[in-house]
Every structure is written in structure tokens, then in C-alpha cells.
Design a protein around this ligand. Structure first.
Ligand SMILES: *Cc1c(COP(=O)(O)O)cnc(C)c1O
Length: 436
């Protein structure tokens, strides 16, 4: 992105300085990769669904495609976080530029936060602060995108990875997550896909879009497979600790001594402040393999080139991470868990929609469409467009996360809205079912 902007400025400037004639064509060239990523983003499809809404429907629009519960009163962040931000601003200590990699107390606080659950403690040098988890994704993919390199991504997954990989010319290969095995990674597929140009594999745990939590045992297998292939594991843990089923959340960094692990995270989901834009990239590599290969220097270099999170948010991080009370997390998890259960139970009653497993983490569940049940539904996108138009319910078609004829449903919304949404979904499916 940086490159294309510089080119644009440079070429426009040259055009002027050369005293361009009428014949001279404009010198702008688009970097199409950065633009084409846009049509597969969740945001893009959500806008398309919103545009189909029937304006004469007086009922509220129910946003079951949304990954941002901050709009709902019951999901307001803790006052500890709000106070930390106010104190940070009022202190007057955080008005200047910070170092590109993040200010020291904030890096240290993230290192301590992550270390609570790790066998090998992280130091502040292992942590880089980013503008949300999205920037951490951009950073690591860009750093790894040498010519011919490829990366292994989960399917279904989080399409931002595909868009970023495309913009930095990193080849993408997909491995399946297996619905019949609680969405575990198909490790045989990972082995079959990898070659000498494979640099990394990505996992997302707790899972978006599947709502699953990987077991300790499975994560260890992932690490061993990666080691065998000589690749690193990028673990997207932006939903860290949002686990409410049989498996506890285990950070992938636990296995950093088997293969290097880069953990990506942010305060966006656990603290429900995605607009604050504070994330991190953490190195779990007690054997120093990434340092030896110059990757750490490259990350530091890249991150210093791109933008950094506002200093006053960094200034609030030690208090946000260190002082938030367990009650806040328990309250949020309890709402999300109750919602997940009522969503799963509600869906069991909806004709043509099948949930392979009960969600146990994050804020989402995947449900499969049985198109043979319906009279006039072509595919998942058709389903979601008609649902938006007829019922003012927004649900994400599976195709946007890599699984055609599935649905991704968010249950992190106001409980009454969720209940209403499932009711309207049921009415819609019954109306479109083939009449016996
Ligand atoms: C929301 C999300 C992100 C982006 O997080 P931000 O901190 O808002 O940038 C990254 N990965 C996954 C899987 C997400 O759901």
C-alpha cells in the first residue's frame, strides 16, 4: 500500500514538473491487489446485505453477522478500561511520538499478560504493539512474503488473511478444518500442501468462524507437524480466553519450544473495544530460531515503517491488562455462553439449517444449509440476500469465510435480539421449505 501511494505522488509530481501537455496521460497506476481484496471482506458482503433491506419493514434490523458487540449496552467495556484511558490522557505523559515498536511499559504489560499462561515467560522484547490484531496480521504476512513463498490458511477462516496475502503477493494454500472433528485442523492436508517454499501455517483459536476451542493435545500435534515441515505457526488468539465449553483455552505459545510460534492478539474482543485499535504480535521462540533468521529485526523494521497505535492508548494498557477484574470477564462470558446455547438450541428447530457442533468459544457458529429442503433458494448468498430483504436479519453467507452453502452466525449480540433473530430465521426457512 505504501508503495502504490508513493508511486502515485511521484508520478503526479513528475507530470507537473515536466510541464505535461494535453496529450500526456495521467500517470496513476492502481495496485489492483490492494483493491481486489475488498470484495471478499466480511465488511463488503455485509454492506451488500444491508443494501437489500426492505425500508418499509418497521421491525429492527437484527445484525447476526456482526463481530462487534460494543454497540449493545450489555457488552459495554469495563470501567477499569475507561478510567485507564482517561487517566492516560489526563496524565499528559502520552502526547508525544512513541517508538515504532510500542512504548516500553505497554510492551512489558502485554508480555506479563501473555506470560501468565505460558511455560516460558516472555520479555518486553518479544512483544510488538500494533494497530489492532489486523495490523499484526499485515505485519507478519508482509515480513514473510518473499518471492515464491506460500502460506497455509484454514478453511473456513478469516478472509482478511487472504486479502492481505494477495496484496503482498504471498501465495495462499488452504487446509480444511473438519466439522465432524470439532473443527480440528486436517493435519494430513497440511503435510500434503506444504513444500520447500511454505513459510507458515495460520490457526485461529478460539475459532472464528467455527466457535471451536482446540485441545492441548491437538495444538501439540499442530506444533509437531509444523516442526516436521520446518514452518512457523501463526496463532491468531484475538478471542483469547473467550472459552465456555469443555476445552479450556490453551495459548499456542505453550509449544514454542517445539516450533516457533507468533501469537497475534488485541484488546478488541476480550475487552470489547475494537475501535481502540490496540493489538500485538508476540514471539514465542525460546530456541531463538526466528532471531537467528533475522525475522525479529525484519518485524521491528516493518513495524517502524507502518503506523503505530496512539500513545495514549498504549499508556492505558498496563492498567487495562493489569487491573481488569475477573467479574467483568465472567459476566461477558456468561452472556455469550447463554447466547451460544440458546442459538444452538434454536437452530435445531430451524428446517434446512444444521449445526454440526455446539459453539464453545469466540462469538460465532457455523451452520450448514441443506438446500434440498428449500423450494427457491439457490445457494448461501441467495439465502442471506432473501433473508435480509424479507426478515431484516443479517447473517453472513459461508462463502465469505470459504465454505459455500454454510452460514456464519454471530451470537454476541443483545440476547433478546438473538432470540428474535432465530425466530425470524425459522419463519423464513419454513416459508421457503418445499411443502409436503
Ligand atoms: C476481529 C478479528 C481480527 C482483527 O482484530 P482487531 O484487533 O479488531 O484488528 C483478527 N482476527 C480475527 C480472527 C478476528 O475475528
Amino acid at each position: 500500500m505504501l508503495h502504490s501511494c508513493n508511486n502515485l505522488q511521484l508520478q503526479t509530481k513528475m507530470g507537473i514538473e515536466n510541464g505535461s501537455t494535453l496529450k500526456k496521460k495521467w500517470g496513476f497506476r492502481l495496485n489492483r491487489e490492494t483493491n481486489m481484496g475488498a470484495d471478499i471482506t466480511i465488511r463488503g458482503v455485509r454492506y451488500m446485505l444491508m443494501s437489500k433491506l426492505n425500508k418499509s419493514d418497521t421491525r429492527p434490523v437484527l445484525p447476526l453477522a456482526h463481530g462487534d458487540p460494543s454497540a449493545f449496552a450489555c457488552f459495554r467495556t469495563t470501567q477499569v478500561a475507561e478510567d485507564a484511558l482517561v487517566d492516560s490522557i489526563r496524565s499528559g505523559n502520552f502526547n508525544g511520538y512513541g517508538p515504532g515498536v510500542g512504548i516500553l511499559p505497554a510492551r512489558r504489560a502485554v508480555a506479563e499478560y501473555l506470560s501468565q499462561d505460558l511455560p516460558t515467560k516472555l520479555s518486553e522484547d518479544d512483544v510488538f504493539l500494533t494497530v489492532g490484531c489486523a495490523h499484526a496480521i499485515q505485519t507478519i504476512l508482509t515480513v514473510l512474503a518473499n518471492p515464491n513463498a506460500n502460506i497455509l490458511l484454514p478453511k473456513p477462516g478469516f478472509p482478511y488473511y487472504e486479502a492481505v496475502a494477495k496484496s503482498c503477493h504471498l501465495e495462499v494454500r488452504h487446509f480444511d478444518l473438519l466439522p465432524e472433528k470439532d473443527w480440528e485442523v486436517d493435519l494430513d492436508a497440511v503435510e500434503a500442501l506444504a513444500d520447500e517454499n511454505t513459510v507458515a501455517m495460520v490457526i485461529i483459536n478460539p475459532g472464528n468462524p467455527c466457535g471451536n476451542i482446540f485441545t492441548h493435545q491437538h495444538l501439540e500435534k499442530v506444533a509437531k507437524t509444523a516442526k516436521k515441515l520446518g514452518i512457523l505457526v501463526i496463532s491468531d488468539e484475538v478471542y483469547d480466553h473467550l472459552a465456555f465449553g469443555k476445552n479450556p483455552f490453551v495459548p499456542m505459545g505453550t509449544f514454542g519450544s517445539i516450533t516457533p510460534v507468533i501469537t497475534l492478539g488485541s484488546i478488541s474482543k476480550r475487552w470489547i473495544v475494537p475501535g481502540w485499535r490496540l493489538g500485538w504480535l508476540a514471539i514465542n521462540d525460546p530456541n531463538g530460531i526466528l532471531k537467528e533468521h533475522g525475522i525479529i529485526d525484519c518485524i521491528a523494521g516493518h513495524i517502524s515503517l507502518s503506523c503505530d497505535p496512539p500513545t495514549f492508548i498504549q499508556g492505558a494498557i498496563p492498567d487495562i491488562l493489569g487491573k481488569t477484574k475477573e467479574d467483568f470477564f465472567l459476566k461477558i462470558i456468561s452472556i455469550i455462553k447463554d447466547n451460544a446455547n440458546s442459538c444452538y438450541e434454536g437452530l435445531a428447530d430451524v428446517p434446512g439449517v444444521v449445526c454440526p457442533s455446539k459453539p464453545e468459544g469466540s462469538m460465532f457458529v457455523m451452520a450448514k444449509l441443506d438446500l434440498s429442503v428449500f423450494e427457491d433458494i439457490k445457494d448461501d448468498l441467495d439465502f442471506c440476500l432473501k433473508l435480509a430483504k424479507e426478515e431484516s436479519v443479517i447473517i453472513l453467507p459461508g462463502i465469505t469465510v470459504g465454505l459455500k452453502n454454510w452460514l456464519r452466525i454471530t451470537f454476541a449480540i443483545e440476547p433478546s435480539a438473538l432470540e428474535d433473530g432465530i425466530k425470524r430465521l425459522k419463519a423464513f426457512c419454513e416459508r421457503h421449505s418445499i411443502k409436503a
